[in-house]
Design a binder for this molecule. Structure first.
Ligand SMILES: Nc1nc2c(ncn2[C@@H]2O[C@H](COP(=O)(O)OP(=O)(O)OP(=O)(O)O)[C@@H](O)[C@H]2O)c(=O)[nH]1
Ligand SMILES: [Mg+2]
Length: 291
């Protein structure tokens, strides 16, 4: 396929032509840590698919991230919609619960995202049930910046995040590596390959500073979407109806929140127990005598 054919193929892709089970739209759910290039990737995709001048749709900032604070939808074609989810700063349990609730599409779209600690997230998931459309097919895309590098000790935690995302959505997340031209590329790509990621795309996002359209950059994005479409067509045949899929995702996330909460409390109790068992130090004894 040449570039116009690829573009037409992506724009004409519709769930009506496959055994869609009642799914109507695909949400391409972007997730990842802060400042990895998620919003820039959205602007890049719009620039390539619309093929007009470069526009800033999703807010991009020149900082370490934390700029996107809401889940915003960006329709790309009649069927494909990109979702800019709020990035997390670290992999702590309450932030990851929140990420999975966003990823599983259990929280409302186009609204500010607040991070809820403890079980408040459960209340928000229940309250959102009225607003969330079950007919949305969820497709996870993990965005990671090559520029950041990837230390070996960070690998297990990213692998866990990707594995949970896979079990939650039923789809192996596609990994998009941004800042492709950075010298870390080879190392970062190899580490993601070792994490059993099936599809890795490395690209250089178009940015406000550099959006000269080259064939290489343009084609890279189109190829990514052709693969994503193939994955959707493969997976949709194996899904049950949208209501049941959403129910499964909800149960999965609620169980995750419950289990992490139990683990947190157990750890807290163990810590207290350890403190009680600890022999009193000479300094503490001295303090007691002085009082
Ligand atoms: N050179 C280059 N710069 C990039 C690339 N991707 C993103 N940037 C720049 O990196 C910075 C952060 O990118 P964003 O798109 O805002 O990242 P984000 O993941 O949306 O960040 P938050 O929403 O704040 O978590 C911006 O200054 C972008 O212009 C890339 O592939 N190449
Ligand atoms: Mg952003």
């Amino acid at each position: 396929m040449d570039i116009p054919e690829m573009t037409e193929h992506i724009k004409n892709f519709s769930l009506h032509n496959c055994d869609n089970k009642g799914f109507k739209r695909v949400l391409l759910q972007l997730f990842g840590f802060l400042g990895q290039g998620k919003s820039s990737f959205i602007n890049t995709c719009k620039y390539v698919l619309d093929d007009t001048e470069y526009k800033i749709y999703a807010d991009v900032k020149n900082n370490d991230g934390g700029n996107t604070t809401a889940r915003i939808t960006y329709p790309l074609t009649d069927t494909l919609t990109l979702v800019d989810n709020r990035g997390c700063s670290v992999m702590n349990t309450y932030e990851t619960g929140e990420i999975f609730a966003q990823l599983g599409n259990l929280l409302p779209l186009d609204q500010e995202v607040e991070w809820s600690k403890d079980l408040k997230l459960v209340d928000r998931i229940v309250a959102a049930e009225r607003y969330v459309q079950s007919s949305d097919f969820i497709f996870p895309i993990f965005v990671y910046s090559v520029k950041k590098g990837l230390a070996s000790q960070e690998v297990p935690e990213i692998k866990e995040l990707l594995d949970i995302a896979k079990n939650l959505t039923g789809i192996c997340p596609v990994v998009v590596l941004t800042h492709k031209t950075h010298s870390n590329l080879r190392d970062v790509r190899a580490k993601f390959e070792d994490m059993d990621v099936e599809r890795i795309f490395a690209l250089e996002n178009f940015t406000p500073e550099d959006h000269l359209k080259t064939r290489g950059k343009h084609e890279e994005v189109l190829k990514l979407f052709l693969e994503v479409i193939k994955d959707i067509q493969f997976r949709i045949q194996r899904f049950s109806d949208p209501e049941e899929e959403r129910e499964k995702r909800k149960q999965f996330v609620l169980r995750y929140i419950y289990e992490t909460e139990v683990k947190k409390r157990e750890e807290e109790m163990e810590r207290r127990h350890r403190n009680e068992q600890r022999p009193v130090t000479t300094a503490e004894q001295r303090n007691c005598t002085l009082q």
